[in-house]
Design a protein around this ligand. Structure first.
Ligand code: UDP
Ligand code: MN
Length: 348
């Protein structure tokens, strides 16, 4: 029985403007010090969390017809596998019908976390509307919207099997803090509810839109995306944290890719560990009065250097509207919108 989940829904302290969304308050539970635990936690131990994520066999439905895969003909203009043999997902490296037919019968739920704090609530409408068109279409999707302005969350029509929760979190007057605290809040929310509600999770930036399919080809145990700004650079040019005093430090002669902080994905369990480690290191740095060059993105890059992702998404999955399309990018699937930093951020 999910006692904790019931506690959450009783915590609805808001006049709910959208009856179809579920509202939680992030801190009310934390402060009352009386978090009830559910049976699966009791029967194991509090330090051993139970997750829904599990490895499944890749079963292709009988008689499914699709193009013969070739051993000799394929993309040659891009690299589609890492040196540790994880796929790098580009248009033309997967068959969308085949992958969907393998993953759909698994009856998966995909969690999507998105933060919209302060003026960033203005990005939610486009984010959600375009996600409904392109993101994991045909799958169960649970959006978790973290905001300090729950009344400004737009009402968006969700397709069947898709669900949205609004979770109230405090605002901040420093964007660096908002960006960095995402790790802590994701970690805590996974612990509290997402680990029971979803198999996979994607944590995405809100100041973005989907433009084309982002589907089951993106699913994997630990999934990262190559930042569109640095994939043509040598690693000594990557904006990794370069000060040895930081736990995010990466020396000049190390590093695989420069991963974008606007997307972290994978099994809920693996993303949980990632957020927990990054949060702890971020706090350790703060204790030593050091903030990594690109906050959680720097910690993410350090984590992924040691813990290699099992799937890497090409920059098709994280573009920027101000950046002209390059010839190797055949499809832009998700792209950051152009924003006026002075206008949307609480500090410069
Ligand atoms: N964010 C927010 N409010 C802010 C600043 C940031 O909600 O005032 C969240 C939002 O989800 C945003 C993410 O943190 O997409 C990362 O910040 P931002 O997009 O400004 O970083 P950039 O992509 O420009 O590096
Ligand atoms: Mn962004």
């Amino acid at each position: 029985m999910l006692i904790a989940a019931q506690t959450c829904s009783m915590n609805v302290a808001l006049a709910t403007p959208h009856p179809r969304y579920v509202y939680f308050n992030f801190f009310s539970e934390r402060l009352n010090g009386d978090i009830l635990i559910n049976e699966d936690q009791k029967s194991t131990s509090l330090s051993r969390l139970v997750f829904r994520s599990r490895v499944r066999n890749m079963v292709s439905p009988e008689k499914l017809l699709y193009k013969q895969p070739s051993v000799l003909v394929g993309r040659t203009d891009v690299v589609s596998v890492t040196p540790w043999l994880a796929p790098i997902v580009w248009e033309g490296t997967f068959d969308p019908v085949l992958v969907d037919n393998i993953y759909k019968p698994m009856n998966l739920t995909v969690a999507t976390t998105v933060f919209a704090i302060g003026k960033y609530v203005r990005f939610l409408q486009d984010f959600l509307e375009t996600a409904e068109k392109h993101f994991m279409v045909g799958f169960h999707v649970r959006y978790y919207v973290f905001t300090d302005r729950p009344h400004d969350v737009p009402s968006v029509n969700l397709s069947q099997g898709r669900h949205l929760s609004v979770i109230q979190v405090p605002g901040s007057n420093r964007w660096q803090e908002i960006s960095a605290r995402r790790m802590e809040i994701i970690q805590t929310t996974i612990e509290r509810q997402i680990r029971r509600e979803a198999d996979y999770i994607f944590c995405l930036d809100v100041d973005s839109k989907f433009h084309a399919r982002w589907g089951s080809e993106s699913l994997g145990r630990l999934v990262a995306v190559i930042h569109p700004g640095y994939y043509e650079q040598t690693r000594d040019r990557f904006p990794y944290e370069r000060r040895p005093a930081s736990t995010a430090y990466i020396p000049m002669d190390e590093g695989d890719y420069y991963y974008g902080g606007a997307m972290i994905g994978g099994f809920v369990e693996d993303v949980y560990t990632l957020t927990k480690v990054c949060r702890t290191r971020f706090e350790e740095d703060a204790g030593n009065s050091i903030e990594a060059a690109w906050q959680e993105e720097s910690h993410l890059n350090r984590y992924l250097l040691d813990n290699k992702p099992s799937k890497v998404l090409s920059p098709e999955y994280l573009w920027q509207d101000f950046k002209a399309k390059t010839k190797e990018v055949k499809v832009i699937r998700f792209s950051g919108v152009i924003k006026n930093y002075a206008d949307v951020r609480p500090n410069v």
